[in-house]
Design a protein around this ligand. Structure first.
Ligand code: MSP
Length: 506
């Protein structure tokens, strides 16, 4: 098993504010990263911003700002959001970072020298007003550019191409391995792009100013995707003086996981592996292509005006509530929904009524029947719920290692329900009345130990609540490694306070 772990999110366009859709990917990566730490791995978590290209240049102009000043203030907002959501990345890369720009120029040079990039002509319909080659999708039924409503010209522009076409066998082999998940996306990529024959990709523009110029021919500016994809290695120091991080986290024995949304899967599953191959670097272990968060059944996006502002959700509820919803209700294999009703229901059912209630009842009973600390010796090793608790740890680890965060959470919630049911069945209040102190101590110790497990397993998600969850049942130490957690010798402190952790939302 690898000892090092590297996880990345896409770098978000610094063109406007982020919405719930963007927080989805970043939260999943953060949860997975925290989980990997909890099993003792050394981890590196990268996120950042994609700051070049025509769109951003135009946005800046509209705002009456220089592009760099424009992206600077957007990036501050990104970082503020990640702070509010308790996202603990190790590095935030910006494509305007000097080190990144120099590395990208060297990547271009290396691929050029290897004849994987060549100079040619890009032919296509060009919109003068937008200064952009148009693809079919950008042209309306009258043959006009949808944006400017002008007639595009057939034009050819000099450009550098990446030789994608010669990598068909390489990609077929790569796709045969389990590199891209889910399978549906793998089939889609194969059917739509690899099978019909791969086309070379234009990677520079003469008409673009806001980007990284090539060293060889500075009027050619590197077009956004070669610039953007490279961030995953330039952030680790690729082609820079200090490559320590690269040697550690892009090494053969690191587990490398990349999260991307479905619409950018093509770039990450086809062009990115080709670039890596050209640079003689290893492939990532897993590319997880996730669906979209829908709002009223359509993709949440600014242009459709149906975006939900994550900051409003965090301020109105809590970062943990949002992180929990993302982890539990939005599996990566399919599109998911986000509405305030669903969000509140998820919180009440799982956090208020299940986990919160369990902790509160246990806290209450240990305080009432044992003055906050159980000193009686118990013999519960072989109790079915102690065995289930240990099994839950293994199942959870296995789901998380399969990147199935929602399944792992589902199992924890099911166990919470089982424990609540156990209280109903054992009726500690009757045991107390009947003076069955030994049995009462056993029941409450079983609950206490298993709540410790539940809290540990939810810690990567409920980053602001887990300490209080544990302290409510008398556990005030640092989190244990999940393997250590399976041992039974946890000592609890006297419980001294009572607090409702997840208050029901009405
Ligand atoms: N800058 C490029 C990525 C370059 S990575 C080398 C980009 N940026 S983006 O800001 O437009 O989108 C970034 C990510 O956010 C994508 O993975 C995209 O799928 C995701 N999402 C944007 N809207 C989304 C939803 N409504 N739901 C889920 N994810 C969505 O593309």
């Amino acid at each position: 098993m690898s000892k090092t772990f590297y996880v990345t999110t896409p770098i978000y366009y610094a063109s406007g504010d982020l919405h719930i859709g963007h927080t989805y990917t970043t939260t999943l990566a953060d949860i997975l990263n925290r989980f990997k730490k909890s099993v003792g791995m050394e981890t590196f978590f990268l996120t950042g911003s994609d700051e070049h290209g025509q769109k951003i240049e135009t946005k800046a102009k509209e705002a009456g700002m220089k592009p760099k000043a424009y992206v600077d203030q957007i990036v501050e907002k990104f970082k503020n959001l990640w702070g509010l959501l308790d996202i603990k990345y190790d590095k935030f890369i910006r494509t305007t970072d000097l080190e990144h720009k120099k590395s990208v120029q060297q990547i271009f040079t290396k691929l050029l020298h290897k004849d994987l990039i060549y100079k040619g002509n890009y032919e296509g319909l060009y919109c003068v007003s937008c200064e952009e080659f148009l693809i079919a999708d950008q042209i309306d039924e009258n043959g006009l550019c949808k944006v400017s409503q002008t007639k595009p010209k057939m034009l050819s522009e000099e450009t550098y191409f990446l030789r994608v076409s010669k990598f068909s066998d390489f990609l077929t082999t790569l796709f045969d391995n389990d590199f891209l998940t889910p399978d549906s996306r793998k089939n889609e990529m194969f059917k739509n792009f690899i099978e019909p024959g791969l086309e070379d990709l234009s990677v520079t523009r003469i008409s673009l100013k806001w980007g990284i110029p090539t060293t060889e021919n500075p009027e050619h500016v590197i077009y956004v995707w070669l610039d953007a994809l490279s961030n995953y290695i330039t952030a680790l120091g690729y082609a820079q003086k200090d490559e320590t991080l690269l040697n550690k986290f892009w090494s053969a024995d690191t587990e490398i996981v990349q999260y991307v949304g479905k619409e950018i899967t093509r770039f990450h599953s086809i062009y990115w592996p080709i670039i890596l191959n050209g640079l003689e670097l290893r492939m990532p272990n897993k590319l997880i292509s996730h669906g979209w968060i829908l709002s009223k059944d359509t993709k949440m996006s600014k242009s459709l005006g149906n975006v939900i502002d994550p900051i409003a959700i965090i301020n109105g509820f809590s970062s943990d509530a949002l992180r929990f919803y993302i982890a539990k209700e939005l599996p990566t294999e399919r599109d998911g929904n986000f509405t305030e009703e669903l969000f509140v229901e998820c919180f009440n059912t799982n956090l208020a009524n299940n986990v919160g209630n369990l902790i509160s009842r246990t806290n209450n009973m240990i305080t009432k029947y044992f003055s906050g600390i159980i000193l009686e010796k118990t013999n519960i090793e072989n109790h079915s719920l102690i065995i289930s608790g240990k099994k839950l740890i293994d199942d959870y680890i296995s789901d998380m290692n399969d990147y199935q965060i929602n399944k792992a959470v589902e199992k924890v919630m099911k166990f919470g329900q089982d424990l609540n049911k156990f209280i109903e069945e054992e009726k500690p209040w009757v045991l107390d009345k009947e003076g069955q102190t030994e049995k009462l101590a056993e029941v409450l110790t079983i609950l206490q130990k298993n709540i410790t497990i539940i809290s540990h397993l939810l810690a990567p998600i409920l980053t602001k609540s887990y300490e209080e969850m544990l302290s409510q049942i008398g556990y005030n130490q640092k989190l244990l490694n999940l393997q250590e957690l399976k041992k039974n010798d946890i000592e609890f402190d006297k419980i001294t306070s009572r607090k409702i952790i997840f208050e029901r939302i009405n």
